[in-house]
Design a protein. Structure first.
Length: 343
């Protein structure tokens, strides 16, 4: 995270933890605002890898689960990088400007993924750099988000994952009322102050909460190699293309798609527990006689108490049995509908 940007956030009353704005003084009220109002969030919990060079697009297309050849400067996409056994090592939001490709993923995976992807470069004309220090990403969400952006930008992206570049920032539409602004540290402070006049500044847990409610999973170090892409619904969010050629894990992912169906899927749930459900934490139900029936993917504090979470759960357990956090005696998950249908 850029030090100048950190310093600016501190002047705006941000409570920083590990360089990320955790809250702006009232975390509980911020969660309510994220649900009911229009909010502005620094997204420094994510880092950015820049992949560039003559062969960058083909390089990424041959490694990732999405169709990177279809990526244009006007369209972003979700994707994943998997092991040969089809287990997700990372999930990304990808966009491009010209011949440069930008991979957004949790900050904790930036260094490991840069190292891992670099192992595949060999003689390819590709460079992979950590661009996190030179890019600031802001989230703007809520019913008035589009109206607020229109006051400062002449054109907005219209459909989910559309991208509109501007002189000092790029806009990515994440959903009906969710946007991501990609800018530089030099322009970020002025944009923050302009947008903050009409939106409440909130900490990164609020952004995490909005991703969870949108059904967007982020693989973290604790959950690497835990899930096949279909288990975390990547096939339902456009992050998997079943018509493209080979990539690591493609055979496993394609076999599940064409010859069977996943026994586990990712669901949205709420839980009242004393402590935050941790990524990778096990879930239990009587359907499997006390054995683990799933794992937590991501969680965030929810408005009104407790936690919202994304959880990969045995489909049979979700459909017919109570599911509990940590043990059969643990807090019970209350399942809620995702914004997209589960087959």
């Amino acid at each position: 995270m850029n030090q100048d940007w950190q310093n600016f956030l501190s002047t705006q009353s941000a409570q920083l933890q590990d360089g990320v704005a955790h809250d702006f003084g009232d975390a509980a009220a911020e969660r309510v605002a994220a649900r009911d109002g229009t909010v502005l969030c620094d997204l420094s919990q994510f880092g950015i890898l820049k992949v560039h060079g003559e062969e960058a697009q083909g390089f990424l297309h041959n490694l990732f689960s999405s169709d990177v050849t279809a990526l244009t400067p006007q369209k972003a996409e979700y994707s994943s990088f998997n092991t040969a056994k089809g287990r997700a090592l990372a999930t990304f939001l990808i966009w491009r400007t010209g011949t440069e490709f930008f991979l957004q993923l949790p900050q904790s995976l930036i260094a490991p993924m840069q190292k891992k992807l670099s192992m595949y470069v060999l003689r390819a004309k590709v460079k992979i750099e950590d661009a996190s220090d030179g890019i600031v990403c802001l989230g703007l969400s809520g019913a008035n988000a589009a109206t607020l952006l229109q006051q400062h930008f002449p054109a907005l992206p219209q459909a989910p994952l559309d991208v509109v570049p501007h002189d000092d920032a790029g806009l990515i539409r994440l959903g009906a009322d969710r946007f991501q602004i990609v800018t530089t540290p030099q322009h970020a402070a002025a944009l923050w102050q302009k947008l903050g006049a009409g939106a409440r500044p909130v900490g990164s847990p609020c952004s995490d909460l909005l991703d969870i409610r949108a059904g967007v999973p982020w693989i973290l170090p604790q959950t690497q190699e835990a899930f096949v892409p279909q288990m975390v619904n990547l096939d339902l969010t456009g992050a998997v293309n079943f018509k493209k050629g080979c990539y690591p894990g493609q055979e496993v992912v394609a076999r599940m798609h064409y010859l069977g169906k996943p026994k586990r899927r990712m669901y949205l749930a709420h839980v009242f527990s004393e402590s935050a459900p941790q990524p990778g934490a096990e879930l239990f139900s009587m359907e499997l006689e006390g054995q683990g029936c799933g794992q937590v993917v991501n969680s965030a504090p929810a408005p009104g108490g407790g936690y919202d979470l994304l959880a990969v759960v045995q489909i049979a357990s979700h459909d017919a049995f109570p599911v509990h956090l940590g043990a059969l005696t643990g807090a019970r998950l209350q399942f809620q509908p995702l914004p997209y249908p589960i087959p």
